[in-house]
Write a protein that binds this ligand. Structure first.
Ligand SMILES: *Cc1c(COP(=O)(O)O)cnc(C)c1O
Length: 390
C-alpha cells in the first residue's frame, strides 16, 4: 500500500519536495527505482571494500555503461547536473558573454553567472521552446564566447543551425541536455552534439542516480580539466593546479544509476504509452497546443507540456492549474517565472527582449508524467482539463 508520497512544494521547481501522508494524490512526477534486491546486490561489495567514493568500481562501471548507452565518445560523472554545467564552463576557461535562453531551470543561468560570465538572453522558437536560431546572430558581440542552448522538455534544439553559427563566429556550444537522457538525433546519441552536453540524473528526471550528472565531450583535455575540477583541482599527490570544487559522484549513486539504467528502456516505453494517451485526449482541442513530434528524434517522453490559449480554450493556465490542484493533481507551471526575471538578478535583464518566452511561460503547464501513471489516471486528468473549457 502506498501511504507515503512525496509531494512538490510551491517553489516553482520540480526539485523541491516536501513529504506528506496523502493517498490518491497524483504528483507531477515519481522517481523510478529498481527492485530493492537488485540495488542491495549492486552495493554488497562495498561492504567488503569499504571504498565509498573517489572514483571506485561503481563509478568506473557506471561511466562505462553510460558511454555505451548514450553512444558518445567520452563521459565524466559528477554529483549533479548543475555541477556538470558549471564545471564545463570553468574547464573551458571562458570569458565574456554566453548566449542562452531564459525558458529553463534556474541551473542553466546560474551556471553562467556563477562563473563570472554574462548571460545574454535569446528568445525561443514558439513550437519547440528551444533557442530560436534566427535570433542568435543579432545577440552576438565581440565579447561572446559560447552558446548554451537547452533541449527543453526533451525537444531537440536546432542543432545544425546552432553549429553553423558557432563555427562562423568560433563559439563553444555547451548543451544543457538535462531533459534529453537517452534520446537520439539523426541516429546519434544526443550527447554527442556540441563541444559538450550536460545531463542530470536528479531523482525527478527520466533517468536518475538519486542525484547525479554527467558531461559528454570529445576533447581529451576538457575531460582532464573536468576530472581535476570535480576533485578540488588536484593534479597529483603534491600538486593542486586549479581552484576546483568537490563534485565526485559517490559509489551509492553510481550503483543506483547502474540499476536504473537496466530498466530504462522499459520505463521509456511506459512513458510513451502515457504520452500517447494524453495526445489522444488533448490533441486537436481548440485552444490547446501540444509540442510537435520531432522528425529524426527518438524521444524519451520526459515531460508533457500543454499550452493554454485562454482566448480560444476559455480558461487560463492558472485556472486549469487550480482546478487540477483542487482534485489532488499536481501539475507545474514549468518554466515560470523566466530566469531573466529572477529577483536574484535585481532587474538587470530586460524581459521584453524575449517576448515569445514570456508568452509561453505564462501559458504553459506540464502535466503529471511518469512510467507508472495509469491510463485511468491520465483520463481523469484530461477530464478535469476539458471540464474547464468555456
Ligand atoms: C534538472 C536540471 C538541471 C540541473 O540538474 P541537477 O542534477 O538537479 O543539478 C539543469 N538544467 C535543467 C534544464 C534541468 O532540468
Amino acid at each position: 500500500m502506498r501511504i507515503c508520497l512525496y509531494y512538490f512544494c510551491f517553489c516553482g521547481s520540480f526539485h523541491c519536495y516536501g513529504k506528506v501522508n496523502i493517498v490518491g494524490k497524483i504528483l507531477v512526477t515519481r522517481s523510478s527505482m529498481p527492485p530493492l534486491e537488485e540495488y542491495v546486490d549492486e552495493i554488497r561489495e562495498l561492504w567488503d571494500s569499504h571504498w565509498l567514493t573517489n572514483m571506485g568500481v561503481k563509478h568506473k562501471a557506471f561511466q562505462a555503461a553510460l558511454k555505451d548507452y548514450l553512444d558518445v565518445d567520452c563521459v565524466e560523472l559528477l554529483t549533479n547536473g548543475h555541477m556538470a554545467l558549471e564545471l564545463t564552463l570553468q574547464a573551458m576557461n571562458l570569458q565574456g558573454e554566453v548566449i542562452t535562453t531564459p525558458f529553463t531551470f534556474a541551473s542553466t543561468t546560474h551556471a553562467i553567472v556563477r562563473n563570472g560570465l554574462e548571460p545574454v538572453f535569446c528568445d525561443i522558437d514558439p513550437d519547440t521552446y528551444t533557442i530560436d536560431p534566427e535570433k542568435i546572430e543579432k545577440r552576438i558581440t565581440d565579447r561572446t564566447c559560447a552558446i548554451m542552448p537547452v533541449h527543453v522538455y526533451g525537444n531537440v534544439c536546432h542543432i545544425e543551425e546552432i553549429q553553423r553559427i558557432a563555427r562562423k563566429y568560433e563559439l563553444k556550444v555547451i548543451y544543457d541536455a538535462a531533459h534529453t537522457f537517452g534520446e537520439t538525433y539523426k541516429g546519434r546519441g544526443i550527447g554527442s552534439y556540441g563541444d559538450a552536453s550536460c545531463f542530470s540524473f536528479h531523482a525527478t528526471k527520466v533517468f536518475n542516480s538519486v542525484e547525479g550528472g554527467a558531461v559528454c565531450y570529445h576533447n581529451a583535455a576538457l575531460g582532464e580539466a573536468l576530472y581535476e575540477l570535480k576533485n578540488f583541482g588536484i593534479h597529483g599527490p603534491e600538486e593542486v593546479s586549479a581552484v576546483g570544487a568537490n563534485a565526485k559522484m559517490n559509489e551509492f549513486c553510481a550503483a543506483m544509476g547502474l540499476c536504473n539504467l537496466r530498466h530504462l528502456d522499459e520505463e521509456i516505453q511506459k512513458r510513451k504509452a502515457v504520452a500517447e494517451r494524453y495526445r489522444e485526449r488533448l490533441d486537436g482541442v481548440e485552444g490547446l497546443r501540444l509540442n510537435p513530434l520531432q522528425k529524426d528524434v527518438t524521444p524519451n517522453y520526459a515531460y508533457f507540456p500543454v499550452l493554454f490559449e485562454p482566448e480560444t480554450f476559455g480558461a487560463s493556465r492558472s485556472e486549469v492549474f487550480d482546478k487540477l490542484g483542487q482534485n489532488g493533481i499536481v501539475a507545474r507551471k514549468y518554466f515560470y517565472p523566466l530566469t531573466n526575471t529572477f529577483s536574484a538578478f535585481g532587474g538587470k535583464y530586460d524581459v521584453s527582449e524575449t517576448p515569445v518566452a514570456l508568452h509561453i511561460s505564462k501559458r504553459v503547464l506540464t502535466l503529471p508524467m511518469y512510467a507508472d501513471l495509469a491510463p485511468e489516471e491520465v483520463d481523469r486528468i484530461c477530464d478535469i482539463i476539458l471540464s474547464c473549457q468555456a
